[in-house]
Every structure is written in structure tokens, then in C-alpha cells.
Design a protein around this ligand. Structure first.
Ligand code: PGA
Length: 224
């Protein structure tokens, strides 16, 4: 069986209290999934305010999940009000999402800025999950994972077909020798049809990752 990546993207959701609740549910259920995730890298990407809580509790509860951020500054430490540098993030996370389409749209993040972000993340030792909406969008060198997420499929309940997603992931892979994920309205019901495809190495899941019971169903369905 191929090794899979399951990335939960919480987006701008969850207070510290809500994060603790999710983690305590994961802790309570952990005997049910711990042994089944040996071929999976599961990464939970929270908002900046909950990353410390995620890191601490993952260790305390010995959960087999890594922690990721959803954004990183394109600058080093310094006079950049509101930014969180890669060096600062590297204290709490191993991974960072760069180039999510919501940031491309709402923060007008463009390819050159996203390349700088990926570069800063790599310099700080972070691993980068780089999101693209199609097979032709530029991907900087040295990213670790690429996620194909068609904009129209994100949060709409209308996922791409596994066949088309597989084809786009194959095109991306022909140019970049890294795992490629599919994202956009992934659920516990459709995840197996995506990860069963040759060129899809996992999924990036938004909505379904917010509720631990649903996320656990997704992990189980992906592992089968
Ligand atoms: P969704 O989000 O699973 O809620 O469609 C996916 C994403 O934006 O990463």
C-alpha cells in the first residue's frame, strides 16, 4: 500500500477551548486508530493562536498527528507587524500550507510572494504543502508536497471526479517529484475513491476535519 498524506485544514476556525475539545475526543478514541495509521502522515493545520495547544497536546496524548500552520511570512523576523516568521513557526510546527486558494483570493497572494514564503519556510526547516488550483500554476522548487485543489470544489460539496483529479495529479507529478494530494469537498464517503487512484497520494480536507468523529471516519475510510 502506498504511503498517504491526510491533511486537515481547520482554516479560520476553533478557539483554544474548541481545539482542546477536538484533542480530547481524539485522545479518547486513540486506541481505535493509533495502530492503523502506520502508512499515513496525518497533519492538522490550525490557526496561529492554537498551534501551541496543538503541539503540546499531541505530545501529551501521544497522538500520531503532526502540526501545521496555514500561512507563513515572506519576511524574516523584524518590523513586520502582524506577520509570523518561519523561524517563529518552526518552534511549534513541522509543516506549513502555502498558496491556499483562499489566500490567493482574499489576500491577493501571487506566485512571486508565495515562492518567497515557501523559500523562507524551507530555510527554517519547515516542510511545505503547496496548493495549486490546476496543473499549470507555478510551483516553486523544493516544496515537499503539492495539493491540487480546484477552487470551485473547495467548501462547495462538489468534489472533482477521482478520474480528473488523478489526471491533474499525474500532470503535476510529471514535473515535480513529490507526493501530490487532492483537496476540495473531500468526505469520509468519497476519500477512498481519491486515494485509490494511482497518482493521488492523499487528501487535503477542510470542513470534514473540524469534527473529530467525522475526521476519524475519513481516516478509517482512507486506510481501507
Ligand atoms: P473543503 O476545504 O474540504 O472544506 O472543501 C478544502 C480546503 O480548502 O483545503
Amino acid at each position: 500500500m502506498k504511503s498517504l498524506f491526510i491533511v486537515g485544514n481547520w482554516k479560520s476556525n476553533k478557539t483554544i477551548q474548541e481545539t482542546r475539545q477536538w484533542l480530547s475526543e481524539a485522545h479518547a478514541e486513540s486506541s481505535q486508530f493509533k495502530d492503523h495509521l502506520s502508512d499515513m502522515t496525518v497533519i492538522i493545520c490550525g490557526a496561529a493562536t492554537v498551534l501551541g495547544t496543538l503541539k503540546q497536546s499531541m505530545a501529551e496524548f501521544q497522538l500520531p498527528f503532526s502540526v501545521g500552520a496555514q500561512n507563513v511570512s515572506m519576511f524574516d523576523d523584524g518590523a513586520y507587524t502582524g506577520e509570523v516568521s518561519a523561524r517563529m513557526l518552526s518552534e511549534v510546527v513541522q509543516w506549513v500550507i502555502v498558496g491556499h486558494s483562499e489566500r490567493r483570493v482574499h489576500q491577493q497572494e501571487a506566485d512571486d510572494q508565495l515562492s518567497k514564503k515557501a523559500q523562507k519556510a524551507k530555510e527554517a526547516g519547515l516542510r511545505v504543502i503547496y496548493c495549486v488550483p490546476d496543473a499549470i500554476t507555478m510551483v516553486p522548487d523544493a516544496v515537499d508536497v503539492i495539493a491540487y485543489e480546484p477552487t470551485w470544489a473547495i467548501g462547495t460539496g462538489k468534489a472533482d471526479t477521482p478520474e480528473n483529479a488523478n489526471e491533474v495529479c499525474a500532470q503535476i507529478k510529471s514535473r515535480h517529484n513529490v507526493p501530490v494530494l487532492y483537496g476540495g469537498s473531500v468526505t469520509d464517503e468519497n476519500v477512498a475513491s481519491f486515494v485509490g487512484k494511482t497518482h493521488i497520494d492523499g487528501v487535503l480536507a477542510g470542513g470534514v476535519s473540524l469534527d473529530f468523529a467525522k475526521f476519524l471516519r475519513l481516516l478509517r475510510a482512507a486506510a481501507l
